[in-house]
Design a protein around this ligand. Structure first.
Ligand code: ZN
Length: 419
């Protein structure tokens, strides 16, 4: 089998903006298609890791603390699809993906390694930012499909590789709707740390081939790429792996599909935020169209998809549950977000009994293929969330027993950096 045509090539030794084709890091309908494909085409896309090389393979978290947040995500595209019109569904098959091919060592995430980070509360935080207010970073080494880390001993797992981010361009009307509602949310608590949402930010905007006055106008209104929205976007769905078929709503002529933020692995929720196991790499795609499919199938927004069936066969899990009661003992009403936090904190408490530092346990939950579920959402007043850890990722018996927990060799631990 030959390699699909490489329509969006990236040179690992060059910055994102110095590449042969320059992608983008904001959503805007006026960003011109960088490449045009036809329904039925198969092609390869190179993707840059989301911070464009700012995070290094070392033992300091200073780079995560000082991460250039206005520069993300580096996206490949847009890919215009001939004949696509608003109202169609764009079928995207993920045929294959992985780290940067033939480059198994080097300074860029994706060259045989990737990272998981936690942002400090002051810049962006994470799911458990109250318990983990500083910057943390873990480096994972890739060996085939497996990941191990010098910062998290006695754990190894098979990654479910996936793109954290893929989506179609919004229409001008849809973009305006995003900006209105997100500004309204920010206005409820404009000084909150970390912020409630990210308004358009012209600084560091990259908008493909747009230039001059068109660039300035678009940069002032283009949406940030952090949240998932009606166009897909940064959904961070860990099962978006090889074999996945996605049906994206089309909002602009040509659909203008873009993608990036490749992950070697991720736990459900990407709770560490910076993020899963981040890497650059490649993704092979096949595209097709269902004309008028949005109306035919009732998909006016938010892609539907058929997850790939390539994943590790973990058959035994140790699960933790949580309910919507705060750590301070306050009852909340059916708060699933809180109940998932509590489930994760219970898992962390448990793993520390085996000798892991709390931040090592947090990183395991963020990076390994753990499952998270909304188990109960109706039993007033407590929502119940559960988190499932495959027991086989540990090289020791992690199950409870009368003998008590074995102790891991904690090692140098997780690099941490504060302001
Ligand atoms: Zn990511």
């Amino acid at each position: 089998m030959s390699m699909p045509q490489r329509l969006f090539p990236l040179d690992s030794s060059k910055k994102f903006t110095d590449q042969q084709i320059v992608g983008h890091n904001r959503w805007h309908p006026d960003i011109p298609a960088a490449v045009t494909v036809k329904p039925g085409d198969t092609f390869r896309v190179d993707c840059r890791e989301w911070f464009d090389g700012a995070i290094h393979n070392d033992d300091s978290a200073d780079d995560v603390r000082d991460a250039p947040l206005t520069t993300v995500h580096r996206l490949s595209g847009p890919f215009g699809v001939e004949g696509a019109e608003p109202g169609d569904l764009l079928i995207v098959d993920i045929l294959d993906l992985g780290p940067i091919p033939q480059e198994d060592s080097g300074p860029l995430a994706g060259q045989g390694w990737g990272y998981t980070g936690v942002f400090p509360t002051r810049t962006a935080g994470g799911f458990l930012t109250e318990q983990f207010p500083d910057a943390y970073k873990v480096i994972w080494d890739f060996n085939g499909q497996r990941a191990t880390s010098r910062h998290v001993p006695q754990v190894s797992f098979t990654g479910i590789t996936h793109p954290g981010l893929m989506g179609t361009a919004p229409s001008a009307e849809l973009l305006a709707r995003w900006n209105r509602r997100e500004r309204a949310l920010i206005a409820t608590d404009p000084d909150r740390v970390p912020p409630l949402a990210l308004p358009p930010e012209p600084q560091d905007a990259i908008l493909g081939s747009l230039s001059g006055a068109d660039f300035d106008r678009a940069a002032a209104e283009a949406a940030r790429t952090a949240p998932p929205r009606e166009n897909g976007g940064n959904q961070d769905i860990k099962n978006f792996t090889r074999g996945t078929r996605v049906f994206y709503p089309v909002f602009v002529p040509g659909a203008n599909l873009s993608m990036g933020d490749l992950h070697f692995s991720q736990g459900d929720g990407e709770i560490t935020f910076c993020g899963a196991i981040e890497m650059g790499g490649f993704i092979d795609l096949h595209v097709d169209l269902i004309k008028g499919g949005m109306d035919t199938y009732g998909v006016s927004e938010n892609a539907i998809f058929m997850p790939g069936n390539v994943e590790p066969q973990y058959s035994e899990w140790l699960a933790f549950s949580g309910t919507s009661v705060t750590l301070g003992g306050e009852q909340r009403y059916l708060d699933s977000h809180l109940s998932y936090q509590r489930a994760c904190l219970h898992a962390i408490d448990y793993l520390t009994k085996f000798g892991y530092a709390p931040e090592q346990a947090y990183m395991i939950l963020g990076a390994a293929p753990i499952e998270g579920r909304l188990s109960g959402v109706v039993d007033i007043p407590n929502a119940c969330a559960t988190v499932y850890i495959p027991t086989a990722i540990f090289d020791f018996d992690v199950r409870p027993s009368a003998a008590g927990p074995v102790q891991v060799q904690r090692g140098p631990g997780v690099p941490r950096s504060s302001f």
